[in-house]
Design a binder for this molecule. Structure first.
Ligand code: FMN
Length: 301
């Protein structure tokens, strides 16, 4: 289901960008169909028979009763809620390629978003099907290693244990100055992923050059890694590192599932420089360095 998964996530991401609740079902010719809902009353994902879902949907608008009858076939993902609906015939696209069916059915509150999501999904199905020459993960990691980044520790509050969770990251990007927005890329495999997706606030502590050991410690999985780490409570009930080059706090504005990561978009409401020590750098797919200016002249930007 990798092809359908990529198309599904891309379409869901588009709907998320527009803040639109969506339910979408995608078949990629493998015989199975992946259906997912985001942003509505419930988030759910399940797998079912592709052709059955596509044919029913093409003949008539699929009602929730029809979909519910397919719950018995579902496997994996969370349970489909009683009021779940996925497809409607008007937006179903069926394409024939190499003898395989490609089907997309989308349902959103606005017809424009529904159409855009269906088109995005079809583009992705086409793209993924023809992207055999794309780099392997290990190669991409090596090439991306020539793009030098700083290193941060992101911390959020665990919604159940109410304690700090977080991890070492380089996937931080400054997205906007007005309003001040940052994006934090959180891997779906991270144990703190659910907390970051649900949290209202998170903090970012930028590491300095003396903190490479801490970066490695906090790249371990699980909240126990914070034991012995000097944290400071924030006014909003969160935490940041006591020692860091800089720190800021952000309020979650949006989340964007993309590939195997979720981009958490946060609006920065507090930012502070803490020390002038050189910041820690990460490059070469696993090496640390430190940022030191080449000379005293600075570029005016
Ligand atoms: C230098 C470095 C950068 C990293 N960048 C990221 C990142 O941007 N996003 C991410 O999800 N994980 C990143 N990781 C991996 C996480 O730190 C690691 O998966 C961690 O175990 C997740 O913790 P958790 O399972 O407690 O949530 C990075 C690790 C290192 C060492």
């Amino acid at each position: 289901m990798n092809t359908a998964q990529a198309a599904l996530e891309s379409a869901l991401s588009l709907a998320t960008l527009h803040g639109e609740p969506i339910a979408i079902a995608i078949a990629d010719g493998s015989g199975r169909c992946l259906a997912s809902s985001r942003g509505g009353d419930a988030d759910w994902t399940f797998e079912t028979q592709a052709r059955a879902l596509a044919e029913t949907s093409a003949r008539t608008r699929q009602d929730s009763a029809t979909l519910r009858s397919r719950r018995a076939e579902s496997r994996g993902g969370t349970a489909v809620p009683e009021n779940a609906t996925v497809a409607r015939g008007t937006s179903l696209l069926i394409r024939q390629r190499d003898g395989a069916d490609f089907a997309v059915a989308a349902r959103a509150t606005s017809a424009d978003i529904e159409r855009a999501c269906a088109e995005r999904a079809v583009q992705m199905l086409d793209h993924v099907g023809t992207s055999k020459g794309r780099p392997a993960s290990a190669d991409l990691r090596q090439v991306m290693g020539s793009f030098v980044t700083g290193v941060i520790v992101a911390i959020a509050k665990d919604p159940v244990a109410q304690g700090p969770v977080g991890f070492t990251a380089t996937g931080l990007v400054s997205l906007s100055l007005e309003p001040p927005l940052v994006g934090l890329s959180v891997g779906h495999a991270a144990s703190s992923h659910p907390a970051f997706v649900q949290c209202t606030d998170f903090t970012v502590s930028v590491l300095h050059s003396g903190q490479s050991d801490l970066a490695i410690q906090l790249a371990r999985s699980g909240p126990e890694k914070f034991s012995g780490v000097d944290l400071i409570g924030t006014a909003q009930g969160g935490w940041r590192l006591h020692d860091a080059s800089a720190t800021f706090s952000a309020r979650t504005r949006n989340t964007l599932r993309t590939g195997d990561h979720t981009l958490i978009i946060g609006e920065v409401y507090e930012a502070r420089l803490l020390t002038e020590r050189p910041v820690l750098l990460f490059f070469g797919g696993g090496r640390f360095g430190k940022a030191e200016p080449r000379d005293t002249a600075a570029v005016a930007i």
